[in-house]
Design a protein around this ligand. Structure first.
Ligand SMILES: CC(=O)N[C@H]1[C@@H](OP(=O)(O)OP(=O)(O)OC[C@H]2O[C@@H](n3ccc(=O)[nH]c3=O)[C@H](O)[C@@H]2O)O[C@H](CO)[C@@H](O)[C@@H]1O
Ligand SMILES: C=C(OP(=O)(O)O)C(=O)O
Length: 509
């Protein structure tokens, strides 16, 4: 355990530096040392004096070391208050991570504008930095610059950071063009039951990639030259598998056809970015993508991923559950239309503005004003479908909304083995949520939520659903260990507080 301390301290320093928006070189300058020394410190390869730790803490304006194990963050919520005002939707976690992975295709410099400042992005940046890519936060931490090295140092990969995400699986597509042999740790991410990687392996095989999964790693080997002879038919319309196939196709010299592709928001953002890199893609927004790849990509590009429809849905849910009037600006309407149609059927009173474009020049946005409404259950059960259906990640919010409606709603999560189970956490706050089987819950409303203490379930959206129920619950609630929320939302508690919510964060002891 003691041996582990240098790397634990190193990763705390790295987290604090990233939080501050500094590069290793900027921190080195503050400390009067070299970038390589900071790199060693962050990797736990340097013994640090107490004096040095104190200086680093001072430079980063953070307590780096406190005695005892790392302390999880908790939230204390005083609920039952109405919210008011306006809140802007931030860019999406899922596009941000895809674009960070896609930057591996480019020998030039990528600047990603307005990228989400969330833990998932921090983890992918840690992985990129650990393999030799230089990243730098610009414009007070709003944008990130990615500068690739001549050669990647895959042996030094920060395995711990990679394991905490599922997104690192999207290194497979870009890396197969750069390396003949490499390994990646097993995918993490939300714990939602079995989440297969077989479709990724099958989609990348026509590019010459063979993957063996042993000892906690995907061992990848590339047989060159290989180029898909036939269209790649995805056996399931998954988002990250489509992105992996797209990234492999981007540098494939020739035309690749991808069928049964996801046309979801993050895939579209990735297509727009690849287009800027000089890759021609036909069929963006449809389920057949025709990719005209370019073997070498060396472009300095600037790209702004679009706003997060799931965050927009979370904010809509916050308004509904607290019976508040709030305006949600910058909502990507194309990816919320089914959700809004369903909410209208349930009796939601809302208004939408004229459309305007996101920073990527492509995604259509609106401002949505939601007013307090008496909701009824929908006419039928609620179930997700690949886009343009109701988004799988929005389903948990419908369980919460259904709990405020008068009557019974059946929620059917046919996709994930476990996520519906976490929705029963709402019963701790007074909701009536019955698990019919691992995929279906029956929600009976209306609910008078009451405050209590809950440990975050190990899945992002169910954890946010519990937090939002706490906003509606009379009295004080405590939500423990909110890393899972910070993985996908930027300063959610602080931003809800601006709308009038009472949420404070605290640590034990
Ligand atoms: C980083 C990122 O972008 N993550 C998103 C992505 O994860 P990701 O693309 O990794 O999604 P998964 O591969 O986990 O797919 C979701 C589940 O759906 C099943 N499945 C999917 C498509 C299909 O046509 N048939 C089918 O059965 C898969 O087997 C799996 O059990 O998509 C998920 C589903 O939209 C979202 O929850 C995640 O937020
Ligand atoms: C399931 C999710 O994410 P991930 O794929 O990162 O686990 C999510 O965003 O709800």
């Amino acid at each position: 355990m003691v041996d582990d301390y240098p790397s634990r301290i190193g990763s705390l320093i790295r987290d604090s530096r990233l939080h501050r928006g500094w590069t290793q070189s900027q921190l080195a300058e503050e400390l009067g040392t070299s970038q390589s020394a900071v790199n060693r410190i962050e990797r736990g390869q340097q013994n640090l004096s107490l004096e040095m730790i104190a200086r680093i803490g001072e430079a980063l304006d953070r307590e780096i070391v406190s005695v005892g194990p790392p302390k999880p963050t908790h939230l204390r919520v005083t609920g039952g208050q109405q919210l008011s005002g306006s809140i802007a939707v931030k860019s999406s976690k899922n596009a941000s991570v895809a674009l960070l992975c896609a930057s591996l295709l480019n020998k030039g410099i990528t600047i990603l504008r307005g990228i989400a400042r969330i833990e998932e992005v921090n983890r992918i940046i840690e992985v990129l930095e650990s393999i030799g890519i230089q990243t730098r936060w610009l414009n007070e931490g709003r944008d990130v610059e990615i500068v690739p090295p001549e050669r990647l140092d895959l042996e030094s990969m920060d395995v711990e950071a990679a394991r905490r995400t599922r997104s690192a699986i999207m290194f497979l597509g870009p890396l197969l063009h750069r390396e003949d042999r490499f390994k990646l740790p097993y995918a993490g991410g939300c714990s939602l039951g079995t989440r297969t990687v077989q479709p990724h392996i099958a989609a990348l095989r026509p590019f010459g990639l063979e993957v063996k999964t042993t000892g906690g790693f995907y061992h990848a080997e590339v047989d060159r030259p290989a180029s898909p002879a036939r269209p790649i038919v995805l056996t399931e319309r998954g988002d990250t598998v489509t992105e992996n196939a797209l990234m492999a196709a981007a540098r494939n010299d020739g035309m690749t056809i991808i069928r049964n592709a996801s046309s979801n928001y993050m895939v579209q953002d990735l297509c727009f970015y690849l287009t800027q890199l000089g890759v021609k893609i036909e069929g963006i927004g449809t389920t057949t993508l025709i990719v005209h790849g370019v073997p070498e990509i060396d472009q300095d590009v600037d790209y702004a991923p679009s706003e997060d429809p799931i965050e927009a849905m979370s904010l809509l849910s916050a308004a509904i559950v607290t019976s508040s009037e709030i305006t949600i600006t910058r909502a990507p309407i194309e990816f919320l239309e089914i959700e809004l149609a369903l909410l209208e059927e349930m009796g939601l009173d809302y208004e939408r503005s004229l459309e305007y474009l996101s920073g990527n020049g492509e995604t259509r946005l609106v401002d949505l004003t939601v007013r307090p409404s008496l909701l009824r259950p929908p006419n039928d059960k609620i179930h997700p479908m690949p886009f343009p259906g109701l988004n799988i990640d929005n389903l948990p919010f419908f369980a919460l909304i259904a709990a405020t409606a008068s009557g019974s709603t059946l929620i059917h999560d046919w996709v994930y083995e476990n996520r519906a189970i976490y929705l029963t956490e709402l019963t701790k706050l007074g909701a009536k949520v019955t698990l019919l089987d691992p995929h279906r819950v029956l929600v009976e409303g209306p609910t008078r939520f009451s405050g209590t203490e809950v440990i975050c379930p190990p899945a992002l959206r169910p954890a946010v659903v519990v937090l939002l129920a706490m906003l509606a619950a009379k009295g004080t609630s405590v939500l423990r260990n909110v890393y899972v929320i910070n993985r996908g939302y930027e300063e959610l508690a602080e931003r809800l507080s601006v709308l009038g919510a009472t949420i404070e964060s605290f640590h034990d002891g």
